[in-house]
Design a protein around this ligand. Structure first.
Ligand SMILES: [Zn+2]
Length: 240
């Protein structure tokens, strides 16, 4: 049916516009968010390693001070040793010196352990920094791609809208009104091609009598089940 032709193309355009809108509203922001989240995760990891490294360093500085004060004590006790006059006091001082020396040795062990950890943390930090850098570059690249895609989708939308406007002005007004009315209440789909005697939207078999009328193409036939305007698609030319 000739007068349906502009509407068939309008239907195609409307479906494509819907797809593009969905892409612009959901898919592209979603993809941007994903990369952004990846970058944030890498930054958090880097921050954790840096914090650990700083805490390690701080602890090591504290121990250095502790060791110095122990050394002072040992020095003082050693001088006191020369001044005491009882064996008991002498032994007590010696015991204290021994204890301080042990304490010092334990702290020195801890410093060594901290130094080893720091070396590991330095490596981890470098890796985390590289990861952040990599993701940042990846993000910049993806963002550029997505913005380009966004732009081309918007341009495509513009073209489709112009084409649609032209078609709408060519369509028979009462028919266009019917199209809008059905589309707005039936999920944006007003037209349904008939394939092998079935409505392709709701899969209902079309009654033979209705099929006959459809073939004649004298009036608008609507699916008795889903109310869409039915049409028989033109056979596609074989592609070479
Ligand atoms: Zn139907």
């Amino acid at each position: 049916m000739e007068e349906l032709k502009p509407l068939i193309r309008i239907q195609e355009i409307d479906l494509e516009l819907k797809k593009i809108e969905l892409k612009l509203k959901r898919e592209i922001p979603e993809r941007i968010r994903e990369v952004r989240e990846g970058r944030e995760k890498a930054e958090v990891l880097l921050k954790q390693v840096e914090d650990k490294f700083q805490a390690n360093l701080k602890r090591r500085m504290e121990i250095d001070l502790e060791i110095k004060s122990i050394e002072e004590k040992i020095k003082k006790h050693s001088q006191d040793l020369l001044k005491v006059d009882t064996n008991e006091a002498y032994r007590a001082l010696q015991r204290e010196i021994e204890e301080e020396k042990e304490k010092k040795s334990r702290l020195e062990d801890e410093v060594l352990e901290l130094l080893i950890q720091e070396e590991e943390l330095q490596k981890e930090k470098k890796k985390a920094e590289e990861e952040v850098e990599r993701i940042k570059n990846e993000f910049a690249e993806k963002e550029k791609e997505l913005l380009k895609e966004e732009e081309s989708l918007k341009a495509r939308m513009e073209d489709l809208r112009k084409e649609r406007e032209k078609l709408a002005s060519q369509a028979k007004p009462s028919l266009y009104k019917l199209y809008i009315q059905i589309a707005s209440t039936h999920g944006g789909i007003a037209l349904s091609p008939v394939h092998d005697g079935f409505c392709s939207v709701c899969q209902m078999k079309i009654r033979p009598q209705l099929m006959e009328e459809l073939r004649k193409g004298e009036k608008i036939i609507r699916c008795e089940n889903c109310s869409r305007i039915l049409y028989i698609p033109e056979p596609k030319l074989p592609e070479n």
